[in-house]
Every structure is written in C-alpha cells, then in structure tokens.
Design a protein around this ligand. Structure first.
Ligand SMILES: NC(=O)c1ccc[n+]([C@@H]2O[C@H](COP(=O)([O-])OP(=O)(O)OC[C@H]3O[C@@H](n4cnc5c(N)ncnc54)[C@H](OP(=O)(O)O)[C@@H]3O)[C@@H](O)[C@H]2O)c1
Length: 271
C-alpha cells in the first residue's frame, strides 16, 4: 500500500515507512503525509517495505511482533528500521541482527486510533534516522529531538522504563490515574525512582539521569489523564526485576508494591 505525493511503487525514491497503522503508526503516517512525504504502510503480510526505496521504516507494532517484522524486512533495508517500543530493546535488536537501527523513546500518548496525540516531554530518537523521524514529529506539533549521544539515549530508554514500571505498579495498587498519583502519592513515586535508578546504572543498555525522579514526575504531569497499569510483564516489570537480580540491586519497595498490585507470585518467581 502506498500513498502520498506521487503514488509510485518501488521506484527507488525516499519513502516514510510505517509498519502497523495502530495508534502510534496512524499518528506518524498522518503527520508524514501532511508534510508531503510519500508514506508506505507495511501490514501483517509480505515485505514491510520496498527493497528499492530508502528512508526510515518506523515499526509501530507491539514488542511481540518485532521478530516477525524484522524477518519480513528485506535485509538491505533493515538498517532503516526505527523501533519505538517501550522497554530495553538493545539485546533483542542485537539478536535480530539490527544493532545499529534507530531507536525512539516516545513521550507522547495516543489513547485511541485517530485521537489527537498528547505530547509530554520531547520524544528522543537515536540512530541513522533519528533526525528525520524527530523532525516529522516536531513539525507536526509533537515535541521531539535527536539524541545528543548514546548516553543521552540510554538515559531516555531508562527513564521511560522506570516511568512505565513505577506508574504502572502504583496505578494498579492504588487504583488512581497518573494525575491523582502525583497529586497524592508523589513521595511514593519518587521513592520508587530512587530505588530503581541503580538498576538503570548497572544495566549495559541504560543509564540513570541525575534528575530521574523529576523527569518521571514531569512526564506524569503531562499525561495526567492516563490510567497506567502493569502490562507486557516480560518487557517491563519482569525485565526490571531480572536486571535488578542480575546486578545484585535490592528493590524491596518495588517488590512490595508489586505484591500489593496483585503481582506477588510473578515477582517472587524472579530472584
Ligand atoms: N499509544 C501510545 O500512546 C504509546 C505511547 C508510547 C509508546 N507506545 C508504544 O508504541 C508501540 C505501538 O503502540 P500502539 O499504541 O500504536 O499499538 P496499537 O494501537 O495496538 O497498534 C499496533 C499495530 O501493530 C499492528 N501489528 C500487530 N502485529 C503486527 C505484525 N506482526 N506485523 C505488522 N503489524 C502488526 C496492528 O495491526 P492490526 O491493526 O491488524 O491489529 C496495529 O495496527 C507499542 O510498543 C507501544 O508500547 C504507544
């Protein structure tokens, strides 16, 4: 499927590729199209993009589809892939043979397909297509920037990971929206950030910024309507607990909140 300026297929020109036209993919395709880019949408079957084209191919599926998406991408185009999923993707990208692909950390919320995006902090992109994809978002009014360097990207990956884990478990345990969380339980959120920061520092693919808790609170404020929950265990909380255990970082407060949220057995299984 191709649309955009000229509708040519496979003509070897620049195209803005999107795989998975859900909430994020739909937003990106819409912004790119509005800015005059030729947009190529890759679906669930066949190659994800044209082998002859060039330009970013932003993968907007859930984490569990990444293996399939990479396998359906022509080998010569795999370096054009841009991954925006939550969690620490670097080990999987290495395993899939795309360690140099672009990675994006999204600080934007799109609640339903076609909804107006709610930007929080600038989304950050690092890799060969970082500037292009950040440029499309920023030109469309969704704050975004290119990562300054690899440490900056590792800090952003880590910050979003902690944001998801901390607000998810507190949201489930306390049954509150993110806005209510920072209004009434900011100290608990900050305490979790402090406890999880050493996990980020010890992980080879993340770093902990000095102002981790401030960034987590600031992003929470910008998406106050969100009701976060523990989800995608393997990529989020399960991965956090594994990284803590692997690096000898004790996280008793986080474990206690997971128990209170109903994830005690799953948490206890990771030691
Ligand atoms: N939504 C947000 O606010 C937000 C914010 C930050 C980060 N993210 C992250 O961004 C990613 C995308 O999220 P989303 O909210 O856009 O998800 P979504 O609305 O569920 O959309 C996922 C899309 O992927 C497609 N898909 C699933 N498996 C596929 C496969 N094997 N090959 C090709 N396409 C496939 C789905 O196709 P069908 O249409 O056929 O189901 C759907 O269009 C997730 O990792 C999410 O965690 C989302």
């Amino acid at each position: 499927m191709r649309d955009g300026q000229d509708g040519r297929a496979g003509s070897g020109h620049a195209a803005f590729g999107v795989v998975g036209a859900g909430r994020i993919g739909g937003m990106l395709a819409g912004l790119a199209r509005a800015q005059g880019h030729t947009v190529h949408l890759g679906g669930r079957q066949g190659p994800t993009c044209h082998v002859e084209d060039h330009g970013p191919v932003v993968v907007c599926t859930r984490n569990d589809a990444l293996r399939d998406v990479v396998a359906r991408t022509p080998p010569t185009r795999r370096r054009d892939l841009v991954f925006v999923q939550n969690g620490v993707l670097a080990p999987l990208l290495l395993q899939l043979g795309v360690p140099d692909a672009t990675v994006g950390v999204l600080y934007v919320a799109v609640s339903a397909r076609g909804d107006t995006p709610v930007p929080g902090a600038p989304s950050v992109f690092g890799g060969p297509h970082g500037a292009t994809v950040a440029g499309v978002l920023a030109a469309g009014g969704v704050a975004a920037r290119e990562a300054r360097d690899s440490r900056d990207l590792r800090e952003q990956v880590g910050t979003k990971w902690v944001w998801i884990c901390a607000t998810g478990v507190l949201g489930d345990a306390l049954k509150v929206s993110v806005g209510e969380l920072i209004e009434r339980h900011e100290a608990d959120l900050r305490a979790l950030c402090a406890e999880l920061a050493p996990v980020l520092a010890a992980h080879p693919d993340t770093d902990a910024p000095a102002d981790l808790a401030d960034q987590v609170v600031a992003y929470s404020r910008s998406v106050a309507h969100y009701r976060t929950a523990v989800k995608e265990w393997e990529w989020r909380d399960g991965a956090m607990l594994r990284a803590a255990a692997l690096n000898g970082v004790a996280v008793p407060g986080y474990r206690a909140w997971l128990h209170r949220a109903g994830f005690g057995p799953a948490a206890d299984a990771v030691r």
